[in-house]
Design a protein around this ligand. Structure first.
Ligand SMILES: Cc1cc2nc3c(=O)[nH]c(=O)nc-3n(C[C@H](O)[C@H](O)[C@H](O)COP(=O)(O)O)c2cc1C
Length: 346
């Protein structure tokens, strides 16, 4: 995959008068711009009439870093949210139905798991007037942010995040049934940074972890700017970089004015998808307001540290599912590639 291969959809080309299937395929151009762990893009879609079946492609799972598939489903949830934001922008009403764990067939096409179905409203094909109502204004801003959003790996500035934005992110998470812990207090951020250091040391000490990361870097998935530029695929395979990464990443954690953790009462496929939706909406909201986001999964990937994080946050029975930094930063120029829609249709 070369760094330039990232589709740039043209909103003006929305086929408002076309049949539901054509409109659905157009909306998927925005779904595929979603973030995903290691840019694995573990999504597939089946379009039939007014129905879009959403699949998780388990062949793209990070079997070392993400053995139980949490990040896989969170990533698919991000793509689902982009799809829904794009539908709203073009005035296409739709409903989402999650496939209950019990109802899911053993496997779908090519190790894909059917996880949700989006049904488009046949009648509402008219493009919305983007500035006419406040709700439409927000839909337009979120939509525009889909193409602009990037993961920002740079240090963040200490400037605090406006309370109104945090309230919006919290309300959006609640609206999809997901909890959100916002850590702004410096002492607690320091403690999370210490967990981050230990997570990096632990993971980079594991040759299979380094090999998996090296494979995705070698594939070009993470873009030319990431770790690849500094150490290259071979170094990731063969050197223990834990101490260096741990130090750098813990500084990134303490630099951020907000460390956010999305939580779920029960750890199910549906709750992971919902967390993905909440994260992507938060990322789009942040982007539209000139803020940066950066998911950092390492703590959650090491069971013992994940338990320590839960305790530090006082989560009780609820599960920490996704952690990210939020704040202001200089732009990150890294451009990650995407598979085109044709490649993710089943
Ligand atoms: C579930 C999930 C976990 C992620 N974990 C990390 C992480 O631990 N560290 C990191 O730098 N980026 C992480 N990312 C960001 C991805 O690497 C990024 O989305 C992907 O490379 C595509 O780049 P983009 O977000 O700039 O479009 C994560 C993204 C998702 C959705």
């Amino acid at each position: 995959m070369d760094d330039a291969s990232r589709p740039e959809p043209d909103a003006a080309a929305f086929p408002a008068d076309a049949d539901a299937e054509t409109r659905a395929e157009f909306l998927l151009r925005y779904a595929v711009l979603a973030p995903s762990s290691h840019n694995s893009q573990p999504w597939l879609f089946g379009v039939e009439d007014d129905e879009i079946r959403v699949y998780a492609d388990e062949s793209r799972q990070l079997t070392v870093a993400d053995p139980d598939g949490r990040e896989l489903y969170v990533s698919v949830g991000c793509a689902l949210e982009n799809l829904l934001v794009a539908a709203e922008r073009f005035g296409v009403g739709c409903t989402v139905e999650y496939v209950a764990d019990d109802d899911r067939p053993e496997s779908g096409p090519d190790a894909a798991r059917h996880v949700a179905t989006v049904r488009l409203d046949r009648e509402s094909a008219v493009a919305t007037d983007r500035e006419s109502t406040p709700a439409t204004g927000r839909a337009a801003a979120l939509f525009d942010a889909i193409a602009d959003r990037r993961t920002n790996h740079r240090p963040f500035r200490s400037e605090s995040v406006p309370e109104s934005l945090l309230e919006r992110v919290e309300a959006d998470a609640a609206s999809v049934g997901v909890g959100l812990e916002l850590v702004t207090d410096p002492a607690r951020r320091e403690r999370i940074a210490a967990l981050q250091t230990r997570a990096d040391e632990r993971q980079f000490d594991d040759p299979s972890y380094r090999a998996e990361l090296g494979r995705w870097i070698g594939d070009g998935s993470l873009g030319a700017g990431w770790l690849a530029a500094r150490v290259g695929q071979l170094a990731v395979r063969h050197l223990d970089m834990g101490a260096r990464e741990g130090k750098k990443n813990s500084k990134l954690v303490t630099s951020a004015p907000v460390v956010a953790v999305l939580t779920a009462d029960k750890d199910t496929v549906e709750s992971r998808l919902r967390v993905g939706r909440a994260f992507e909406r938060a990322a789009l909201t942040a982007t539209s307001e000139g803020l940066a986001v950066h998911p950092m999964s390492q703590i959650l990937e090491v069971e013992e540290l994940r338990a320590e994080l839960s305790e530090l946050l006082g989560l009780g029975e609820s599960e920490p599912v996704h952690l990210f930094r939020l704040g202001y930063a200089d732009p990150d120029a890294t451009r990650t590639p995407r598979r085109p829609v044709e490649d993710v249709l089943v």
